[in-house]
Ligand binder design. Structure first.
Ligand SMILES: Nc1ncnc2c1ncn2[C@@H]1O[C@H](COP(=O)(O)OP(=O)(O)OP(=O)(O)O)[C@@H](O)[C@H]1O
Length: 251
């Protein structure tokens, strides 16, 4: 059994069946990519995994426990962290101050923005933040205002803010969207390092096939709300059904 088990999930928006009969099993310590043409249902599926949407049918088990009916915060506490398309960082805070927010949340169970003012007296947490920044090669940027950083660095910081919570499953929603090639390649390298160094499972939604084929151990192709094929990356490349799904979109 996988660390994440999605069974027969369906989700309707009014007259539109956005997801139907979605079955997905993500094995522990692998990187599983979910790809598919625009409107295939990828974000809807991700939202069902993190408690932002509740499926109409089916079940979602993480580490043997149902996530359905739990709040996004509770799901986060179970060990699922999500990195959004647009980096969710606090632009008017420094890199270090941003890092302290999830650390306070992990310790105290609540987000306490004002607590960053007195953060330097929290030696153990400061050291944890510094270790994490070191791991993602951002130690030299610790005092920078995060709004002034490149998109790649903002993503790197957001990743660090997720990882410092020690998630078992990292969900990435188009982590390289809008990035220049150099930032994309840095993000790929960072994710490879994270995979190697940590006991972590990654599920990634991504349009950039260079990113998908650089990282994924397995790929599920969604089309019109239903998994079309699930296989090893080399089997997905050139798969007639996959080509058809994408060509259909182009047509
Ligand atoms: N809140 C909503 N209300 C109504 N329809 C929605 C809602 N969210 C998504 N949809 C519709 O559900 C379908 C699946 O959308 P979704 O965003 O999950 O696709 P996607 O595969 O992530 O697409 P993209 O690659 O373009 O981001 C689309 O037709 C979309 O318009």
């Amino acid at each position: 059994m996988g660390i994440l088990e999605v069974k027969d999930v369906g989700k309707r928006f009014g007259g539109l069946q956005a997801l139907s009969d979605v079955n997905l099993s993500v094995a522990e310590n692998t990187c599983h990519a979910i790809i598919g043409p625009n409107g295939a249902g990828k974000s809807t599926l991700l939202n069902c995994l993190v408690g932002k949407l509740i499926p109409d049918t089916g079940s979602v088990l993480f580490d043997g426990q149902s996530v359905l009916g739990r709040s996004p915060h509770e799901i986060n506490q179970l060990g699922i962290s999500r990195v959004f398309q647009t980096p969710e960082i606090f632009g008017d805070l420094t890199v270090m101050e941003n890092m302290m927010i999830p650390l306070f949340a992990k310790r105290d169970g609540a987000y306490r923005l004002h607590a960053v003012k007195g953060m330097w007296s929290e030696r153990a947490l400061v050291e944890e933040a510094e270790r994490m920044l070191d791991e993602v090669n951002m130690a030299d940027k610790r005092n920078m205002h995060s709004a002034s950083m490149s998109r790649g660095d903002k993503r790197r910081l957001e990743m660090a803010m997720c990882l410092v919570q020690d998630p078992k499953l990292l969900l990435l929603d188009e982590p390289t969207a809008g990035m220049a090639r150099a930032d994309t390649n840095n993000t790929i390298d960072l994710l490879k390092e994270i995979k190697e160094k940590r006991d972590i499972t990654i599920a990634i939604i991504e349009h950039d096939m260079h990113v998908v084929f650089s990282l994924a151990d397995r790929i599920t192709v969604l089309a019109q709300g239903t998994p079309l094929v699930e296989d090893l990356p080399e089997k997905i490349k050139g798969h007639p059904k996959v080509r058809e799904a994408y060509l259909g979109e182009a047509a």
